[in-house]
Ligand binder design. Structure first.
Ligand code: HEM
Length: 341
């Protein structure tokens, strides 16, 4: 009987050890936030060791020629990842079988940087043909754009393949609109697997770049300086926007202003300082601090602590960059980012 008890004890012990080791393995895979797929640092170490250097130097050249380009490249990665994962679908031109994402409402006359991605791809194809995916170019160019604007750097996980299709409909549905209220914003981020902290941290990307009057002007009349809308809107700020965007619909499509008027080309925490000072440009920015919104506390913490913002931004960019990647046998490495092979 004693021997039997000992055997049962050993069996339970072994079963427990096996289940905990399995558990930690599952956790470790899960913690990569890419569903266990094999995105990794240095994915091109053997196949294209110069890939990151080439991407950086091309982004640097583009930003030197046009400082606004840093913001545009950062946004391209976001608009790619929110539509069926980071698969470079945003770069595809229309074909006879699908209408691509370039003409979706959030993208049309707004997304830029396609030529810069083409130039990077061209250089990479000449050095290591069919090795580096367009989706990895977008993720890396986004990081480099932040660094070149004075923001933090991070290790970009790579190894994404490029998708074989794109969807204008999904782009219209999944990419949040500038007039979204807080619940809609939270829901859209949650749908792709990102939480409210990710949403606030990633919105900090609006510390660089520009917006067209048409993205926010319709909300200007309705915006007040009452405290029920969160921090009182700065009246001078509101008046200057009304004046800037008072022209016709056509010219409102072309009139641009900085998302962060104080330091428009520097990646810092000024965006959050603007929000708590009542200088939110987009209604969706204002929504983060409206009333008793649960996100107000996060905004306030980033406004007083730039390093906390940087840390969370880096983490959330890696999480966003890991949304539903195509790996292994799925997808392909496009030779030209605009068309499937
Ligand atoms: C929270 C939901 C978001 C909404 C509703 C939103 C909306 C917008 C809108 C309307 C513009 C101006 C576009 C135009 O007028 O042509 C814009 C610009 C921009 N957005 Fe967002 N955005 C959001 C989140 C993000 C995220 C997560 C990122 C990146 C991580 C990002 C990066 C940018 C950048 C960098 C610009 C400036 C682009 C340029 O100057 O070319 N945005 N966004």
């Amino acid at each position: 009987m004693a021997v039997f008890n000992l055997l049962v004890f050993l069996w339970v012990l072994l079963a427990f050890a096996a289940s905990t080791s399995n558990y930690s393995f599952t956790q470790a895979c899960f913690n990569t936030d890419n569903g266990g797929a094999s995105l990794q640092i240095d994915a091109y170490y053997h196949t294209c060791p110069d890939a990151e250097r080439i991407i950086y130097s091309k982004v640097e050249e583009a930003v030197m020629n046009d400082p606004w380009m840093a913001a545009s490249l950062l946004r391209l990665h976001f608009h790619d990842c929110f539509v069926n994962g980071c698969d470079a679908s945003v770069l595809l031109d229309d074909t006879s079988t699908f209408v691509g994402e370039k003409t979706a409402v959030p993208n049309l006359n707004s997304l830029r940087g396609f030529e810069v991605v083409d130039a990077i791809k061209c250089e990479l194809e000449s050095v290591c043909p069919e090795m580096v995916s367009c989706a990895d170019i977008l993720a890396t160019a986004a990081r480099d754009s932040v660094v070149l604007s004075g923001g933090p750097g991070w290790d970009v996980l790579m190894g994404r393949k490029d998708g074989l299709s794109a969807s204008k409909t999904d782009a219209n549905i999944n990419i949040p609109a500038p007039n979204s209220d807080l619940n809609t914003l939270i829901t859209k981020f949650k749908k792709v697997g990102l939480d409210s902290t990710d949403m606030v941290a990633l919105s900090g990307a609006h510390t660089i770049g520009l917006a067209r009057c048409s993205s926010f002007s319709s909300s200007l009349q309705g915006r007040s300086n009452s405290n029920s809308d969160g921090p009182a809107l700065d009246l001078e700020f509101l008046a200057s926007l009304k004046q800037l965007c008072s022209s016709s619909v056509e010219s409102n499509n072309a009139t641009l202003t900085a998302l962060d008027l104080a330091t428009p080309a520097t990646f810092d925490n000024q965006y959050f300082i603007n929000l708590v000072s009542g200088e939110a440009l987009l209604p969706s920015d204002q929504a983060l601090v409206a009333g008793n919104s649960p996100t107000l506390e996060i905004v306030e913490s980033y406004a007083i602590d730039p390093l906390a913002f940087f840390e969370d931004f880096k983490r959330s960019m890696v999480r966003m960059g890991s949304l539903s990647p195509l790996t292994g046998e799925n997808g392909q490495i496009r030779r030209n980012c605009r068309v499937i092979n």
